[in-house]
Structures are given as structure tokens and as C-alpha cells.
Write a protein that binds this ligand. Structure first.
Ligand code: ZN
Length: 311
């Protein structure tokens, strides 16, 4: 059982203004910034990681903020929604908070028997706050403004919009061990029982939908979680055996990764639990300093000066 895909590891999206992004996720949503680093391929751009106290896989949302980037367009071959789970009774708090902060949102609604509120972040990325049928027991990160009775617990689900649903579903079921749980109209809910949380992938099937454009306010890729590098490489073999292209193992400092484009067109990553975010700063200080990979340390002062100010 240990070599299974353990739900979602992290989700990476593209933002515009860095300060707006930082303010929205740390203050309005009340997430912890667990790592402030740079894009390893473009060190004059930040890479922000938000999550729970330690950045547990299944809570990690990351952004590349590119000032002035054009806004993307939701469409097929994309992750088009990110769902967080929130406690029962918290939706009134969230509706008021979204309202008070001039966030675009929809009134609470229900799907698959679960109540949720949807909203857009400052760049137009779509989110849902869902009250799961089974209470989510994960320990939340809390702030002065977002206490434990309201705080997000981590991911509930992602939604993929697909014009080639069978191709995407085949990876989920045949390789990742997900099962089709329920269907509402053209929304198909897949779930893995390998983990209790961050275990759901919805596919919304729209055969005539054209591919979306990945830019500001879009998800760049979704990463699925495995325990260690040995299991990571087992999945690499499985993907290769399906005749798909997949990268070599990449060291992302805080996890090891593989990337492949699933046949439905979404960029998937598989990422390890190890070594985690406390590898280069103590848990108490996560996110407080700018962390650079070794190859950029010699250029630290120049890089620091070029990055946007957050306060
Ligand atoms: Zn990633």
C-alpha cells in the first residue's frame, strides 16, 4: 500500500503582482508562507509556497508571480479550479471575509452533497471552499484574523476541464489508483483511498472546449504525491511503459520531481514527501528569509535588489 499515489502534493499557478499575491494568500486566506525562493530557471522572479505550518503535501500552493503577465483563459487541458476544505459552519465567515476584501465570489452552492463557496483570487484563479461530508481533521495554520474554527485545512479537490476525458481518466485510474466515485451531469469525481484528504480529482468533460491559455491566473501544473524517490522512479517506469514522455528525476530542493504531460493535455508532476521545507530553515522560521539554490548564492544581493518588495 505504501507505494501508492497519496493524493495531491502541490499545485503551482501563475500570478501577476507579487505583493498582491502575498497579501491575498497570507492575510485574506490565512495561509502560511512556508518558502520564499526564486524560480530556479529565472532567479529574478519569486517562487512562493503557501501551506500549513510545515508545508505538508496536500496543503501546498505555489506561485510564480510575473509582474505584468497577461491574463490566461480557462479552458480544456487545464486544472481550472482548486478546492480547499473548510470546517462545517465556516462558510458565513468566508462569505463575509470575501465580501469585505472585495473578492469576486458566488453565494454558497452544493455539489456531490457538499456545500461550497467559489471565488476568484486577484489574478482570476478560481477556488472553492468546500465543507466535506467527512470532517477534515488536518491541523490548520491559524492567524489573528483566521482562527481554527474557520481556517482552511488543505486541498479538498482539483477540477480538470477536459475535452479528452478518457485519456486523462485512464492515467488517474490505471496508473495513479483512483476510482470513479460519482458523476453529476458532466462532472466526474475520482478519488483515491490511499489518503484521507487531498484525495479527489474532478474531471469536467466538455468535448467541444478548446484548450485554455496558461498565463496569469492559471494553474501551471498539479503534482501528485509519493512517499520517496524509490517509489517516484517506479512511477517513472510505469509512465515510460505507457509510451509517454517523462522527465528525468529533478531535485527541487524541497522534494524530488518528475514531470509529464498526460494524454489529455494537463501537465502532471509526481513529487516526493522528502526532504520537506525544513531542509534549509527551522519550522518556526519557514518563509521568513529568501532562500536561494546554491548556484545563485553568489548573486544574492543583486537578486534581492531585483525582486519586488512585499511590504
Ligand atoms: Zn511543481
Amino acid at each position: 500500500m505504501d507505494n501508492r499515489i497519496k493524493g495531491i502534493h502541490h499545485i503551482t499557478a501563475i500570478a501577476g503582482n507579487a505583493k498582491k499575491n502575498f497579501d491575498f494568500y497570507t492575510r485574506v486566506l490565512g495561509l502560511r508562507m512556508v518558502k520564499k525562493t526564486v524560480n530556479f530557471d529565472d532567479p529574478h522572479t519569486y517562487h512562493f509556497y503557501y501551506g500549513d505550518k510545515v508545508g505538508t503535501p496536500g496543503t501546498i500552493l505555489t506561485f510564480f508571480p510575473w509582474e505584468g503577465i497577461q491574463t490566461g483563459r480557462r479552458g480544456a487541458r487545464q486544472v481550472t479550479e482548486i478546492g480547499y476544505s473548510v470546517p462545517e459552519g465556516s462558510l458565513d465567515f468566508w462569505v463575509k471575509r470575501l465580501d469585505d476584501n472585495n473578492v469576486i465570489y458566488n453565494k454558497p452552492s452544493v455539489k456531490f452533497g457538499e456545500q461550497y463557496v467559489s471565488f476568484l483570487d486577484p489574478d482570476g484563479l478560481k477556488f472553492e471552499l468546500t465543507v466535506p461530508k467527512q470532517p477534515d481533521t488536518r491541523e490548520p495554520w491559524t492567524t489573528n484574523e483566521v482562527s481554527a474554527e474557520n481556517a482552511t485545512r488543505g486541498f479538498h479537490h482539483i477540477t480538470i476541464t477536459s475535452n479528452k476525458m478518457d485519456a486523462t481518466a485512464k492515467i488517474l485510474t490505471d496508473v495513479f489508483g483512483y476510482k470513479l466515485l460519482e458523476q453529476e451531469v458532466n462532472r466526474y469525481r475520482f478519488v483515491t483511498d490511499a489518503v484521507e484528504n487531498a484525495a479527489i480529482v474532478d474531471i469536467v468533460e466538455i468535448p467541444a472546449e478548446i484548450a485554455g491559455h496558461v498565463a496569469g491566473g492559471s494553474v501551471h501544473h498539479v503534482a501528485f504525491r509519493v512517499e520517496n524517490e524509490e517509489i517516484l522512479m517506479q512511477y517513472r517506469d510505469k509512465i515510460v511503459n505507457m509510451g509517454l514522455h517523462i522527465t528525468e528525476k529533478i531535485d527541487r530542493n524541497y522534494f524530488y520531481s518528475l514531470y509529464f504531460r498526460e494524454p489529455g493535455g494537463v501537465l502532471f508532476e509526481i513529487a516526493t514527501d522528502n526532504p520537506g521545507f525544513s531542509v534549509d530553515e527551522p519550522v518556526e522560521e519557514l518563509g521568513s528569509g529568501l532562500k536561494l539554490p546554491a548556484q545563485y548564492e553568489a548573486h544574492r544581493s543583486e537578486i534581492e535588489q531585483s525582486l519586488p518588495k512585499l511590504a
